[in-house]
Design a protein around this ligand. Structure first.
Ligand code: PLP
Length: 379
């Protein structure tokens, strides 16, 4: 068994072997620039077109509606900054208190530059109430940006209903679905969104590649980078062909596996929860009990500091306090704080996230290590 047991798939996933195999020729012999008109360029161009079709298919979009980016952070920035500059008459943005920093930070930057911003609170399960968004949206709202699933708790948001509320006032709707791809079905038409963000490394493709879906009917985004005309002018710069090929293959694997993997993930996740809950009196589940990603388990251990518990089990279990992006920042998770959890419950919160190649024996091993460390530490 590989130890520490990796239970941090929401931070990042390993690259699937099929994905490595798909991208390898584009790191080696197929090194052409997609903008070149010779055979090398053609091969690269065709590979990017195939990947665009594969990513479009995963979210129910047309290939022309997919813009490749250098990850979810860039896709979020492009959607948010690109849309407000495309709609100069609308000076208001709506988002939630539990968004990833790659949504909140560009919105706060726009606020400092004169845009009006409403940050909607969440309920104790970490759900954004549709009624709160309805109250926040105004005639001059340009964009509502609410994540599809929260990275820390896995709580799924009522994106479809929120999109309807946004559209009723003529605002556009963006959702950061970085955590959802490959775990739950994503269909841009069923969701009714105008923009949707994907991140390769959350579904077995490499880091540093992602995509932004932009509905054909949405206004053209004003780019945040200026250069040549790649990605329909929205994201200039020579395409990262191997990473884009990898994203396409990972999207295809996610699409093929959607009927099978989520159920397997839920079995593993719930097995871990049962083992912990049976042996740790006072363990508390954070996030929504059912409207939640199939792979995510955020629990508060009583009477301990989560960081200390994780340090004690560091050779046996790899999991996170809050999200990986906040690991260097001391202090409570913004998501759990926004849910109104008491200090002690936030201090003991650990996020476990399961994924492919894990088995029950690894979960048993991890649970044994966690329970034994908790018994030593809890006072
Ligand atoms: N959005 C969400 C919900 C995430 O969980 C993450 C990564 O943790 C991101 C955006 C940013 O992704 P990246 O760091 O790959 O740009």
């Amino acid at each position: 068994m590989t130890v520490p047991v990796y239970l941090d798939y929401n931070a990042t996933t390993p690259i699937a072997p099929e994905v490595v195999a798909a991208m390898r020729p584009f790191l080696e012999e197929n090194f052409g620039n997609p903008s070149s008109s010779h055979a090398y360029g053609l091969r690269a161009r065709e590979a990017v077109a195939t990947a665009r079709r594969q990513v479009a298919e995963l979210v129910g979009a047309h290939p022309e509606e997919i813009c490749f980016t250098g990850g979810a952070t860039e896709a979020n920035n492009l959607a948010i900054q690109g849309v407000v500059r495309a709609l100069p008459g609308r000076r208001h943005l709506v988002t939630s208190a539990i968004e990833h920093p790659s949504v909140l930070a560009p919105i706060k930057t726009l606020e400092a530059q004169g845009w009006d911003v409403t940050i909607v609170p969440v309920d104790p399960y970490g759900r954004v109430p549709v009624a709160a968004v309805a109250r926040a949206v105004r005639e001059d709202t340009a964009l509502v940006s609410i994540m599809h699933a929260n990275n820390e708790t896995g709580t799924l948001q009522p994106v479809r209903d929120i999109a309807a509320v946004a559209h009723a006032r003529g605002a556009l709707m963006h959702t950061d679905a970085a955590q959802s791809a490959g775990k739950v079905i994503l269909d841009v038409h069923a969701l009714g969104v105008d923009f949707l963000t994907l991140a390769g490394h959350k579904f077995y493709a490499p880091k540093g590649v992602g995509a932004l879906y932009r509905a054909a009917a949405a206004p053209p985004l004003v780019p945040i980078l200026f250069g040549a005309g790649q990605e329909a002018g929205m994201r200039p710069g020579t395409e990262n062909v191997p990473a884009i090929v990898a994203l396409g293959r990972a999207a295809q694997l996610a699409q093929d596996g959607l009927g099978v993997f989520p159920a397997d993930l839920t079995v593993l996740r719930d097995h871990l929860y049962r083992l912990l809950d049976d042996q740790i009196p006072g363990l508390q589940l954070n996030g929504h009990p059912t409207e939640r990603l199939p792979n995510t388990l955020n629990v508060s251990f009583p009477n301990i500091e989560a960081a200390v518990l994780l340090a004690v089990v560091a050779f046996d279990v790899a999991a996170s306090v809050g999200s990986a992006c906040h690991d260097s920042v001391t202090g409570a998770s913004a998501t759990l704080k926004a849910m109104g959890l008491p200090e002690e419950r936030m201090a003991g919160a650990i996020r476990f996230s399961v994924g492919l190649h894990l088995d029950k024996a690894q979960i048993d091993y991890a649970a044994r290590a966690l329970v034994s460390a908790w018994r030593q530490l809890a006072v």
